[in-house]
Ligand binder design. Structure first.
Ligand code: ADP
Ligand code: ASP
Ligand code: MG
Length: 411
């Protein structure tokens, strides 16, 4: 007998029929003798609708009320799932974040889970009851409802699995596992049997939305085995595991992309100490995260061009700030460009293999794709390219790194 947390994402519980179907998945594990806790997302599209409503009703952004509104989708689905389970003869009860409670910090809209009280849930699970926990929400220090960031039900599930000392956390979604890249864009994407926590952490933070980044970080720290699998197809999914469990390691395991990128270039900024601090200081103070940065060598020793990226949503605010400080920066011109995407190749094998950057740049050059900015870390290489080339770049790189879904002996 195992203790398993089963999490169902928005498309898996998008309507009554699908909730009933997901409930059958739960019942099957219960009938197999396992102790089960369920975490549900809101119906697909509902959270977006709630976000839209808050912005329609008021331009004043009050994060506490935002959370009170956007957390509602999960509340409804927790109750509906408990009803569906009861209908199948499975004892079940819904639980909201505050009822457990799932305690978080007070950063409304992007709160972090700090602790989950599990005594009551554990007792009920041992007695055969299936708790259905509303994902995405918790209870802040001021006793108000918090939410933990978009896509956060993954993190609720992993945190609950950790607190319950579950044997596994199964993330049920609309794909049957983690692929070498987004299968919606690259039809030749291949399903991975396993991926390391570290690689998945990079893939997620570089844009692969299949798991929320924080959920992978938490799974890695708490050593929770995670399986991503399909609600609709019966095959086993992909296991996220520690590096020592991987038998055959590829140099590049996957390719991520992010459309949420914007580029700012400062032309002919003064080339003297303190200028970079003048640029990035105010951005940091305004909570604007800067990602990739390149500064050219200045030809005359007087002025240089500097390019960096921010999240698309921060572009306007960043430009406003920098325009305001243009005199201090002593730059001639500021150019903003939101038509860019970041494409990243990820693999722990990079630590011991040279040549990844060369293969990447050659594959892009052969397709005539210009690289605007480059950044690297131990296990990834990222490039910024025009958004027009996203699909072409992904497909070319997927082929260049031998990831295409074709029988092994052919390659
Ligand atoms: P859920 O609503 O179940 O949480 P998400 O939409 O958040 O589902 O995540 C699943 C989606 O993630 C898939 O439909 C797929 O398009 C996308 N995705 C992006 N990158 C990958 C990848 N490498 N492997 C699998 N799916 C990916
Ligand atoms: N419903 C929330 C969202 O859409 C949380 C989740 O689905 O994981 O972001
Ligand atoms: Mg998701």
């Amino acid at each position: 007998m195992a203790r398993i947390v089963q999490k169902f994402g928005g498309t898996s519980v998008a309507d009554v029929e699908r909730i009933k179907h997901a409930a059958l998945r739960v019942k099957r594990e219960v009938d197999a003798g396992h102790e089960i806790a369920v975490v549900v997302s809101a119906m697909a599209g509902v959270t977006n609708r709630m976000v839209e409503l808050t912005s329609q009703i008021s331009s004043m952004f009050d994060a506490r009320e935002y959370d009170a509104v956007v957390a509602t989708g999960e509340q409804a689905n927790a109750g509906l799932m408990a009803l569906a389970l009861q209908d199948l003869g499975v004892q079940s009860r819904s639980w909201l974040g505050w009822q457990i409670p799932i305690r978080t910090d007070g950063a409304h809209g992007k709160a972090r889970i700090q602790g989950i009280e599990t005594d009551e849930l554990s007792r009920r699970m041992a007695a055969g009851e299936v708790p259905v926990v509303a994902g995405f929400q918790g209870l802040g220090p001021d006793n108000r409802i918090t939410t933990i960031g978009r896509g956060g039900s993954d993190t609720s599930a992993v945190a609950l699995a950790g607190a319950l000392k579950a044997d596994r956390c199964d993330i049920y979604t609309d794909v049957d596992g983690i692929y070498t890249t987004d299968p919606r864009i690259v039809p030749k994407a291949r399903k991975l049997e396993q991926i390391t926590y570290e690689e998945m952490l990079e893939m997620a933070s570089l844009g692969a939305k299949v798991l929320q980044t924080r959920s992978v970080e938490l799974a890695m720290n708490l050593r929770v085995p995670v399986q991503v699998r399909s609600t609709f197809v019966d095959d086993p999914g992909t296991f996220v595991v520690s590096e020592d469990k991987i038998v055959e390691q590829q140099v590049v395991s996957g390719i991520s992309y992010s459309r949420d990128e914007a580029k700012i270039t400062l032309l002919r900024a003064a080339d003297q100490p303190g200028v970079a601090a003048n640029i990035f200081g105010p951005l940091a103070d305004a909570n604007i995260n800067v990602d990739m940065i390149v500064q050219n060598v200045s030809e005359d020793g007087k002025a240089t061009d500097l390019t960096f990226t921010v999240a698309s949503g921060d572009l306007d605010a960043a430009v406003r700030l920098l325009e305001g400080a243009k005199n201090d920066l002593q730059c001639e011109k500021l150019i903003a460009d939101s038509g860019v995407v970041k494409v990243s190749v990820v693999g722990v094998g990079m630590r011991s293999h040279a040549g990844v950057a060369k293969t990447m740049f050659t594959a892009l050059a052969e397709k005539g794709i210009n690289i605007q900015v480059i950044s690297t870390s131990e296990i990834k290489v990222s490039v910024l390219v025009s958004e027009d080339y996203l699909e072409l770049a992904l497909r070319a790189l997927h082929t260049a790194f031998g990831l295409d879904d074709s029988p092994k002996e052919e390659s």
